[in-house]
Design a binder for this molecule. Structure first.
Ligand code: SAH
Ligand code: SF4
Length: 392
């Protein structure tokens, strides 16, 4: 009967193995950074201060070379560079649209690729980042949904997307320059790229905490929007542990239609989803939920749909973002006619909700919502075709 105790003891006394090779510091929480510094010889008493210094170099000034971290002793810098790296994903290619939208194709460990899109507007600059390679869900109108989930991105790969865009836009303040001196090029982050962020919750949370940290990138939680297809059990956690704004891929007003468009609806239906949204603990007038609604011709775009939509969300502080469907090769739907979209928007607007129609951006470089990765795949396909032609 006392047999289990010694076994537990044994497990606890096994020394924690240090990871092999240099450890990447990007993506570690402050607490994890502290631990890893101590594990590699930083005296515990100094650890807090070292965390602050290193954090500032990495996230406030964008410095990746330990030797340039001039407020640290030379010997300590050498010690750091032996044990650690400050590494972010590699940009494989960059395309700039006629409208200024930039799309980066980014390579992560294992040779996988994700896309990151920067959308400049007059009053803001939004960076759309990815949380997974592919997606486990299979929304029928979404190109990412046709790709299997390859893997979750690490926290470092998620925040790394913000860092590489800051590199490209030359947005890091010079060391010593106080924060807030220049206008922000990346003023907003949206988790609307590839993948379902709430199926990679911990990494998304850790990365967004880094983005919000006042000693670094320092973006307000109100400037970060996480978009979910409706992973109900994680929604309250999002409010509590991240505190960012929420967008929900709603897209239909009956369970029958939503079951086909957003199949996660079979697990958590419209009523369950709305109940959870109503409870979103931080909801206030200034923190409206964004309901995303993709306009699909003849599928979800009738006047009756618009009226049902406003009935359903009654009582929830909300804005409805109408997204004209972005077609991709082989997509089974068509974009609603412009007149239809405007009429739909009008019904919602008259019911008292903001109903902006999302202008497709970067269409010439296939950077619009739900098109990510497709251009690359097409390019690959044509390369493969060319190879086939040459080979035969
Ligand atoms: N997985 C998350 C976030 C990524 S998708 C989610 O589903 O919310 C970001 C937004 O783009 C979602 O609202 C999604 O439904 C929408 N979207 C996907 N494919 C689209 C397409 N082809 N045209 C227009 N919007 C699309
Ligand atoms: Fe995944 Fe979102 Fe696309 Fe659905 S819409 S398949 S949840 S990325």
């Amino acid at each position: 009967m006392t047999q289990t105790a010694p076994i537990t003891q044994d497990v606890l006394t096994i020394p924690r193995k240090l990871p092999e090779g240099p450890v990447n510091l990007v993506g570690l929480t402050r607490e994890a950074l502290r631990e890893v510094l101590i594990a590699h010889g930083t005296p515990e008493k100094q650890a807090k201060m070292r965390v602050n210094q290193i954090w500032q170099w990495i996230y406030q000034w964008g410095v990746r070379d330990f030797h340039a971290m001039t407020n640290l002793a030379k010997a300590y810098r050498a010690q750091l560079s032996e044990n650690f790296v400050v590494a972010i994903p590699e940009v494989v290619s960059k395309q700039v649209s006629a409208d200024g939208t930039r799309k980066y194709l980014v390579r992560i460990a294992g040779g996988h690729e994700v896309e990151v899109v920067y959308i400049p507007e007059t009053d803001r600059g939004t960076l759309c980042i990815s949380s997974q390679v592919g997606c486990t869900l299979t929304c029928s109108f979404c190109h990412t949904g046709t790709q299997k989930l390859v893997r979750n991105l690490t926290a470092g790969e998620i925040i790394g997307q913000v860092m590489l865009a800051r590199d490209d836009l030359n947005e890091w303040p010079k060391p010593g320059e106080p924060a807030g001196e220049r206008p922000r090029l990346i003023s907003n982050i949206v988790l609307m790229g590839m993948g379902e962020p709430l199926y990679n919750f911990d990494n998304v949370r850790d990365a967004m905490k880094i983005a919000m940290d006042g000693e670094g990138i320092s973006l307000s939680r109100r400037r970060i929007t996480l978009s979910t297809s409706g992973v109900v059990p994680e929604i309250a956690k999002t409010a509590e542990e991240i505190g960012c704004l929420l967008a929900v891929s709603f897209h239909a007003t009956t369970d029958e239609v939503r079951d086909t468009l957003v199949p996660i609806n079979k697990k958590w239906n419209i009523a369950t989803l709305l109940e959870t949204l109503r409870d979103y603990p931080r909801l206030s007038n200034s923190e409206r939920i964004t309901f995303e609604y993709v306009m699909l011709k003849g599928v979800n775009d009738s006047d009756a749909d618009a009226r049902r939509l406003v009935q359903l969300i009654k009582g929830i502080p909300a804005k409805i973002n109408l997204i004209p469907f972005n077609e991709w090769p082989g997509s089974p739907y068509q974009r609603s006619d412009w007149e239809r979209i405007e009429r739909f928007a009008d019904i919602i607007y008259k019911a008292g909700y903001a109903s902006p129609i999302r202008t497709p951006r970067g269409e010439d470089i296939m950077a619009a919502c739900g098109q990510l990765k497709s251009a690359t795949e097409r390019a690959r396909k044509s390369r493969a075709q060319i190879e086939a032609e040459v080979g035969h």
